[in-house]
Design a binder for this molecule. Structure first.
Ligand code: FAD
Length: 464
């Protein structure tokens, strides 16, 4: 039986990051992956989605080009050819992941793994028909799409299938669910020319994000042609001669492809891999409860990324199911266990983007959350037309907002809707992580003319 310092179950963002970092500090590490290396992010998440976001944005670029005097003949798009090129890029990245693990000296087992039992202070893990004795185990098994059990649900697809199996552009698409994944997929299909409806239970998409950001993005997406059906609950899906009919919405909606993006849960991945037998504490969705060192209720067994719940760190973890978070957590474990170094993960100034059309991005907390946390805040807002589209007939408007702690002047939240919002917010996230105050923003000389400069030139607080 092999003797290891660490066995990692799951070759996605968190697992690979931890395995590589641990091996770089001399630990003897094995990693099991039962699908494709790279996990959700590389294979059926961030990467394919972002490539499709780029592809779907081209018609808009062509419209802007026309505004600027360019003319061209008939424009065609080879959807399948585009997706095949996307798949080649993903395969390239997957191979890079394999190369990085091999290069670091991590033993890769291409198989499902489970914790067979405890043995002394350590564990026995079973993978690929082999038993591995290991001092520690990291569970980094991710999460899987979750959808309600309603009649006709067998006709729908999830983001996994959209990003791996759909090769023909449907004429009509209905996306159910308005978290960031639903919003992004709806904008992608709409950008490629499908008549797309976003169906949501609440009033606006993106619950938990800043209210002004949500409102502005909703208006902009609607102005761009996306049908947003709020306060709508699908009760039944029926296959008819005309396609798929969604009942429960008035009037019933017809679509050729129905995508459910109603959340992701760890349970299918954390169930049946020996955790129940070890009495590892999990929540009702199967997320492994961890403390601020990512240790579960069982000594020597850790969890990171989408399969973990950081209630023990005082953090609302569902909000942080993101690749860079899983990576940071994985590295923090490796550093603490094998390099005696505490590497805190900064959740308070986490930045994230929604790759919608237009993009939205956010860093830190919303105005509502700031109030809930007891801050007395000053709000700064800007709403203006992007210079790039001023020469055409577009309804585009950029929105920016700062939430500032009146007492300390620290910027608590930075929110934006507009082109390249994801790229722009990254730099401000660094400033906020360094503790930037509104005065620091004001003292920063603007880069002119840009949209981003508005963040450092907002002068007057917003008076509601
Ligand atoms: P995963 O990356 O899911 O990796 C888990 C791996 O474990 C999988 O490869 C799985 O096959 C393997 N596994 C599971 N069980 C076993 C087992 N028993 N044995 C062996 N292997 C096993 N995040 C962002 O930051 N930016 C984005 O733009 C973004 N876009 C997204 C778009 C979509 C459509 C989705 C679904 C997610 C997106 N995310 C994004 C979230 C991001 O992909 C996840 O937060 C991240 O991948 C989590 O990493 P992880 O290591 O926890 O799990």
């Amino acid at each position: 039986m092999s003797q290891l310092d660490l066995f990692v179950i799951g070759g996605g963002s968190g697992g690979v990051a931890c395995a590589r970092r641990a091996a770089s500090h001399g630990a003897k590490v094995a990693l099991a992956e039962d699908s494709r290396l790279g996990g959700t992010c590389v294979i059926r998440g961030c990467v394919p989605k972002k490539l499709m976001h780029y592809g779907a944005g081209v018609p808009h670029e062509l419209a802007v080009a026309r505004d600027m005097g360019w003319s061209f003949g008939e424009v065609r798009h080879d959807f399948r050819g585009f997706l095949e090129a996307r798949n080649r890029e993903i395969a390239r990245l997957e191979a890079i992941y394999r190369g990085m693990l091999d290069g670091a000296g991590v033993t890769v087992v291409k198989s499902r793994a489970k914790v067979a039992c405890r043995q002394g202070d350590g564990f026995v893990v079973e993978a690929g028909g082999e038993l591995f004795q290991t001092k520690r185990v990291l569970i980094a098994t991710g999460a899987a799409p979750f959808f309600p059990d309603i009649p006709g649900i067998e006709h729908v697809v999830t983001s996994d299938q959209v990003l791996e199996d759909v090769y023909d552009l449907p004429a009509r698409v209905a996306v159910i669910g308005a978290g960031y994944i639903g919003v992004e997929l709806a904008c992608i299909f709409q950008g490629f020319g499908a008549k797309t409806s976003l169906v949501l239970r609440g009033d606006q998409p993106l619950r938990g994000f800043d209210e002004d950001l949500r409102r502005h993005l909703t208006d902009q997406m609607a102005a761009g042609g996306l049908e947003i059906l709020s306060r709508s609950v699908v009760k039944r899906i029926e296959r008819t001669a005309g396609g798929l009919c969604l009942h429960g919405i008035e009037p019933a909606l017809e679509a050729d492809l129905v995508v459910y993006a109603t959340g992701r849960r760890p349970i299918p991945k954390t169930h049946g891999i020996g955790l129940e037998e070890l009495e590892v504490r999990m929540d009702h969705e199967g997320a492994i409860l961890v403390d601020d060192t990512y240790k579960s209720s069982v000594d020597g067994l850790y969890a990171v990324g989408d399969c973990s719940d950081h209630a023990g760190c005082g953090v609302d973890s569902g909000q942080f199911d993101l690749t860079p978070v899983a990576i940071a957590e994985g590295r923090a474990i490796a550093e603490r266990l094998f390099n005696d170094r505490v590497m805190p993960v900064r959740y308070d100034t986490l930045a994230t983007a929604i790759f919608s059309s237009p993009e939205a991005a956010t860093c830190g907390i919303s105005e509502v959350r700031a109030h809930a946390e007891g801050y007395d805040v000053e709000i700064y807002k800007a709403n203006f037309r992007p210079m790039r589209t001023t020469m055409g007939q577009h309804a585009h408007r950029i929105f920016m907002k700062l939430v500032v702690d009146r007492k300390t002047d620290r910027v608590l939240g930075c929110h934006m809707v507009g082109p390249e919002a994801g790229e722009i917010i990254q730099g401000f996230a660094t400033a906020m992580t360094a503790g930037a105050t509104k005065a620091d923003f004001d003292d920063t000389i603007a880069v002119h003319p840009t949209a981003a400069e508005e963040f450092v030139t907002m002068y007057q607080p917003f008076k509601g």
